[in-house]
Design a binder for this molecule. Structure first.
Ligand SMILES: NC(=O)N[C@@H](CC(=O)O)C(=O)O
Ligand SMILES: [Zn+2]
Ligand SMILES: [Zn+2]
Length: 436
């Protein structure tokens, strides 16, 4: 007998009502006919999608839990319809040794209410070899923080480990030298003319991203490594990557995938005029015309929120000293469903971009699809529900967003993780809310 049956759920392929049986955390049956279970929940004809998977979040745990923790971050994720996240390694200490990797895994196991994986940072070859055995989601390189020769050494080290394993490299693509040159130039101008928040987007411009993307591709080819480009922000970089596909340059076994954030998809740098340093993020929002839009989604593999929470005062330290990053776990699905309602995105792209593709890319087994035998990670959406975000009711510690006053149409109303209902109508289930 099933533990739970969800009745009257519309599957996206047919949009017809189905019964979904869940047993022991797995999808056991999918049928048009009634199924037996200990418990039955009526979904009342709403659409069901595979639980969302975010390949790029910063939960700040350990070391920076005043910004976010694995508990608050995972609550925010569940609220937003996510059932799996992959956490970035720039915590304190950084997740770049076996010791810190194992420690963070324990923290996640104790505090997270959803599934998680960990991206690993880089250290010496010995640590890289040992971490590779712990199943990291990827090795992450912040290319904006290193000189080219240092980046090449990291690729070389990973290539030694990857002779037997295929661990992707995730990349923050911005060229350090280019950023430094432009930042100094703009800071000097600032002395004579003053500057505004929007200048941040000129200090770290599209050219800087493009140079870094190109270098990453060159290294991927040289070392035969597969790469994933995080938070792609500009048309120029995307056009370059598309040209590679046309030339079938990587027709061998190197894979190049891309991710985009909701802010790079929906905003341009005019948002600096409205929100000032609250929209400061790396890479920055782009000038209209240089930015990516929903039309570009056809060429992008997945959405990554780059949920990068900071404390309010850290976001208000002026253009150069404010912390870069925008929280996004609780806004992204309503933002994209609104675009679906506006006719700018095909609904069928949502589960591909936000579940199936990240699962495939990062080797997350039994997730990303609604099929018998897959994990019962599911999200129910109400495509017609309209509202305004209320950031004060968000679970993230970071109570700021450029989408704060946004009128959405379409939102997650229930999140089911490993067969258990963990969120209904904005509320995280009590069992979890009382824990930790
Ligand atoms: N995106 C950001 O602006 N900030 C991220 C780091 C990152 O993803 O580069 C952070 O950790 O705050
Ligand atoms: Zn980044
Ligand atoms: Zn990030």
């Amino acid at each position: 007998m099933n533990d739970l049956v969800l009745k009257n759920c519309k599957l996206i392929e047919s949009l017809e009502n189905h019964y979904i049986g869940i047993d022991n955390g797995k999808i056991s049956e999918i049928s048009r006919q009634p199924l037996k279970a200990d418990e039955e929940v009526d979904i009342k004809g709403k659409i069901i999608l595979p639980g969302l998977i975010d390949p790029h979040v910063h939960f700040r745990d350990p070391g920076l839990t005043y910004k976010e923790s694995f508990k608050t971050g995972s609550f925010a994720a569940a609220h937003g319809g996510f059932t799996t996240i992959l956490d970035m390694p720039n915590t304190i200490p950084p997740t770049n040794t076996v010791k810190t990797f194992k420690e963070k895994k324990k923290i996640g196991e104790n505090k997270s209410i959803i599934n998680f994986g960990l991206h690993s940072g880089l250290n010496d070859l010995d640590e890289i070899k040992k971490i590779a055995k712990l199943n990291p989601a990827s090795f992450k390189i912040f290319m904006d923080l290193y000189d080219d020769f240092e980046i090449e050494k990291m690729f070389e080290d990973i290539s030694i480990v990857n002779k037997t394993k295929k661990i992707p490299i995730t990349l923050h693509c911005e060229n350090k030298a280019n950023i430094e040159e432009n930042t100094n130039r703009i800071k000097n101008l600032e002395c004579t003319q003053g500057s505004t928040a929007i200048d941040y987007s000129y200090a770290r411009n599209s050219e800087s991203e493009y140079l870094s993307v190109k270098y990453a591709v060159d290294l991927a080819q040289k070392y035969g490594l597969s790469i994933h480009i995080c938070h792609l922000s500009s048309k120029k970089s995307l056009e370059y990557l598309k040209s590679l596909k046309l030339k079938s340059i990587h027709n061998s076994n190197i894979e190049i995938t891309t991710e985009i954030t909701p802010h790079h998809l929906l905003l341009d740098n005019s948002s600096f005029n409205k929100f000032g340093t609250f929209v400061k993020t790396n890479p920055p929002l782009r000038q209209k015309g240089e930015n990516l839009t929903t039309k570009s989604l056809i060429d992008i593999d997945m959405i990554g929120t780059d949920h990068a929470p900071h404390r309010i005062d850290e976001k208000q330290k002026g253009i150069w000293d404010s912390s870069p990053g925008i929280p996004n776990l609780e806004t992204v699905l309503p933002l994209l469903l609104t675009e679906v309602n506006r006719g700018n995105i095909d609904l069928k792209m949502i589960p591909k971009l936000m579940s199936e593709n990240p699962a495939k890319r990062f080797g997350i087994e039994n997730k990303g699809k609604i099929e018998v035998g897959y994990d019962a990670d599911l999200v129910i959406i109400d495509l017609k529900k309209e509202g305004k975000f209320n950031i004060d009711n968000f679970y993230t510690k970071a109570k700021y967003s450029p989408f704060g006053n946004f009128n959405y149409k379409g939102i997650a109303t229930m999140t089911i993780c490993n067969g258990k209902i963990i969120m209904i109508k904005d509320n995280i289930e009590d069992d979890y809310n009382n824990s930790n």
